[in-house]
Design a protein around this ligand. Structure first.
Ligand SMILES: [Zn+2]
Ligand SMILES: [Zn+2]
Length: 130
């Protein structure tokens, strides 16, 4: 899938299916997105091609781990994020893409769930614990 910011200066191209989709309604994700939920599709960092310049913002999660978000310095849209617990994964802002990730998994922001189990996706509405 391809995701981009409002103005198009910052974009991410993801090859292959996402490993997990995290849907989170914690206060930080609401503030980050301006929406009731933040949805990030997680990919291995190596599967992503990032084009454009991003500004980085780091917050400390309740667990003490860092959570980084990367946004366009021009229009301010968050395009991708990385949880300190899983630095090998990058979460791409789902709503910024025109296509849906190939696989949907429930989860919490910054966390990755096992990809085994029921093929039917379920959605978690609990707060994340980072
Ligand atoms: Zn932009
Ligand atoms: Zn969250």
């Amino acid at each position: 899938m391809k995701a981009q910011c409002q103005c198009g200066l910052l974009s991410v191209d993801a090859a292959g299916p996402s490993l997990a989709v995290a849907m989170c309604h914690c206060t930080a994700c609401q503030r980050r997105t301006g929406h009731p939920y933040g949805v990030l599709a997680y990919y291995p960092a190596a599967a992503l091609t990032i084009a454009g310049e991003a500004t980085r913002y780091v917050r400390t999660a309740d667990s003490g781990a860092e959570f980084e978000t990367f946004f366009c310095p021009c229009c301010g849209s968050t395009v991708y994020a990385r949880a300190g617990k899983h630095p090998e994964l990058i979460g791409v802002a789902w709503a910024r893409s025109r296509t849906r990730p190939a696989r949907r998994r429930s989860g919490r922001c910054g966390r990755r769930r096992s990809t085994t189990g029921s093929p039917r996706p379920t959605r978690s509405r609990t707060s994340h614990v980072e």
